[in-house]
Design a protein around this ligand. Sequence first.
Ligand code: UN1
Length: 480
Amino acid sequence: MAYGNYINGRWVKSAGGRTFRSLNPANSKSLGVFQKSNGKDVNRAVTAAKRAYEKWRLVPAPERGGMLLEISARLKKNKRRLGSLVTQEMGKQLSEGLGDVQEAIDVFEYMAGEGRRLFGHTTPSELRNKFACTIRMPLGPVGLITPWNFPIAIPAWKIAPALICGNTIVFKPATDTPRCAVELAKLMDGILPKGVLNLVTGNGREVGAPIVRHPGLRALSFTGSRAVGEFVIANAGVKKVGLELGGKNPIIIMDDADLDLAVDGVIWGAFGTTGQRCTAASRVIVHKNVHDAFVKKLCRRIPKLSIGVGHKCDIGPLVNEAAVEKVDDYVKIGRKERAKLVCGGSRIKGNFYELTVFTNVKPSMRIAQEEIFGPVLSVLKAKGLDDAIAIANDSDYGLSTAIYTQDVNNAFVAIRDLDAGLTYVNSSTIGSEVHLPFGGTKKTGNGTREAGILGIEEFSETKTVYIDYSGILQKAQGIK
Ligand code: UN1
């Protein structure tokens, strides 16, 4: 089956007439043929988005909210079908695939409610008979570039706030998950006016780069790798840019922690979604007093996890062959760096990889610094809380962090001192909720946050309004 781009409310072929396939990572079955688009297609999409913007910006936000609620309801109705499609297209096990769709349902519902808020401020003027306030304005046509690891949820995180604020959209999904994006766009077809959402499939070089550079787009939101994020910042020009570029997320385990709970959290954080989350726990920093006991418990649990397909497994495949090679390269690097491989370390078959744990990892090692995006966990030893926090913060990234401790004082010190966008106490590094802001510090991003109330900031502009009803020329700052 061949799928088109979705431009100005119509499914169309790309200008260049080329196509590519999306494959199921578990068995290489085709999920369809998609447009391998280029800069011309991006131009068409931007033109459609620009034209649609003139009407869309004038639709009252509560009315836009009503449309978002309809989208949320359609997602709910199609949850099983879409959840299973997520599993087929990128490999995460079925209940996580359903969770991916649930996150989209939730964010559309949440942002629908924002349609009746979109608050500004009212504040007194320093002059008599003068009124001052701020209002939220849309930006215009915006570009959204999304990753494959949450092929429904992350597009929804960006599309829902962009729409409620009154922007129109040019959306480029990851090359690995065009089918999920097509199905998402299909669901919105008939609810949104034509041209409000435009979908262009293809690769980063031919579609992503022209979107990044496009002077007709007023903002750009990107979730993906550091390397591409740097390209985005260097090439976007003067636009509002939102970035989420991953993490090297640590879990600290103190000597007073409930170790069984910590093992549960580490397994879920490190190996859930096969380690392919920006928020995945890829470092565990364990207090020296419980280090050996923790490693023992962890290694006892790992063989009990099943690796397979769909609902019959705990852990699915990696997304593609290149991902498997990257993971395998890092395992080789870890061995060379003289970390101790205590678990896994080999390819299974196809795109499946063993759950892998290294101990004796030093903070300076590449396996402790670089994002692997696979089922590879580095265990580091700490002398105490301060040492653990220093190790946790010894990273370019600052997305998600966690601490397991029964001591409230330890917890609050960690909350204050861990340099990251998210800190979890007695819970893993993954699983953020849509009504709370999401994003990171340091090189994880450029300070923007998605989801929650701050998701609105990324897709709106503040206008300051002064209304002078004195009937005379009044000058601020006491000028006579
Ligand atoms: C990501 O991995 O890119 O907090 C996003 C979580 C999910 C989102 C992760 N809700 O793990």
